[in-house]
Design a binder for this molecule. Sequence first.
Ligand code: SF4
Length: 66
Amino acid sequence: MAECKKETNLTKCTCTYEPCSRKGICCDCIEYHWKMGELPGCLFPPEVERTYDRSLARFIATYSRV
Ligand code: SF4
């Protein structure tokens, strides 16, 4: 089993939601949000990430404008 890169991931995590026990544990982050039809905060640009709307609809709307 691969070693968890939590400490390295934390240096790159762009999620502003504090506190979150899943921060840096990307597999848990993806599983948590995907179960709710969402995506991790790091996949959104900063101005959208700050809204905490992590829905697929917001993701598609955001990148449809690019
Ligand atoms: S995106 Fe969600 S699960 Fe991931 S670190 Fe941020 S608040 Fe936690």
